[in-house]
Design a protein around this ligand. Structure first.
Ligand code: PSU
Ligand code: MN
Length: 306
């Protein structure tokens, strides 16, 4: 059996060997979700926010055929600047390692890597979901199926408003994924704190979310939890303001024949242009807010296992 080509950063290795809390972070948001140089600034800021609360960040990516759990700062910088880095989901991870490639991990691939490395909590911006028009395109993100089978608690700001949120919630329900809103009943819509959809579950304390994570394991349920953390009110963009912009972005995607993996990055970039960068400011605020909550959940988990 081949050994898995995986290395931990020195700070992740040190934290894990002394049982201190670690939070996984994805890298597709850096390479495909935000423009340079803001992507690098945010990636560093989120890591520093976690360190400031005594939690170790583990940004995950594949570099030259090695799965990295935690990136050294030069590597993070190179990744943020790189063009044409692959976007790795469940289907691509082993292939990228085998071909000694470099790629950024999506929510699905980051969950797989986190679980392999023994990290139970992961913070991101928004998960992939069921795209609008999926009844024609069949475009359903692998992130949803990953949540059904990989035992990692994922903190996100709900599902991006570019998706069909109702269908996304239905698929999660079918696959038995707990969808937990924090501090409100509504399922948050990424750039906006509220959506018209009620989340199936609500928990207001990190401690309870950690307890539910552990109880799923005690019951023997595979899969993780989706924690839907609303964007702070002062940073949100109202849903009514975004709706026509999202519609334009979709029309443009269709007109340019964008499909497959390119859909989400294209829409995010187009919405960034159409909002004069406001979508990015909101995106940054919500990612930092998610990392903070993920840090609290990781702290609660490490206290419970002491
Ligand atoms: N959330 C963001 N920006 C992103 C993504 C999520 O704020 O770039 C990425 C994540 O990596 C997620 C992926 O897993 O988009 C979903 O892509 P797709 O819809 O192709 O599955
Ligand atoms: Mn897709």
């Amino acid at each position: 059996m081949n050994d898995l080509p995986m290395i931990r950063s020195s700070e992740v290795a040190a934290a894990q060997s002394s049982g201190r809390p670690v939070v996984a972070l994805e890298s597709t948001i850096i390479t495909h979700g935000m423009p340079y140089p803001q992507n690098l600034t945010v990636a560093r800021q989120v890591e520093d926010d976690l360190r400031a609360m005594g939690v170790t960040p583990a940004t995950i990516a594949v570099i030259d055929g090695v799965l990295h759990i935690g990136l050294e700062d030069e590597t993070l910088e190179a990744l943020a600047q790189a063009r044409a880095v692959s976007k790795l989901s469940r289907a691509d991870l082993a292939a990228c390692l085998a071909t000694k490639g470099t790629g950024a991990t999506t929510v699905a691939a980051t969950m797989i890597a986190a679980r392999l490395a023994g990290i139970e909590v992961f913070a991101t911006g928004g998960i992939g979901g069921v795209h609008r028009g999926a009844e024609e395109s069949f475009d359903v993100s692998a992130d949803l199926l990953e949540l059904a089978q990989t035992a990692v608690t994922v903190v996100a700001a709900g599902a991006k408003a570019i998706l069909d949120v109702a269908k996304t919630l239905e698929v999660l329900e079918t696959h038995g994924v707990p969808v937990i809103s924090v501090g409100q009943d509504s399922f948050p819509a990424f750039w906006s704190a509220q959506s018209e959809h009620k989340a199936p579950l609500r928990m207001d304390e990190a401690e309870t979310i950690a307890e539910a994570h552990l109880l799923r394991q005690r019951i023997g349920l595979p899969g993780g939890q989706l924690v839907a953390n609303p964007i702070p009110q002062q940073d949100e963009i109202a849903a009514q303001h975004l709706a026509p912009i999202i519609a334009t972005a979709h029309r443009d995607a269709l007109a340019h024949g964008i499909s497959g993996k390119a859909v989400t990055p294209y829409l995010l970039q187009r919405i960034f242009e159409l909002t004069d960068g406001r979508s990015l400011t909101a995106n940054i605020a919500l990612v930092r807010n998610n990392a903070r909550l993920a840090g609290e959940i990781a702290q609660a988990l490490s206290e419970k296992s002491r």
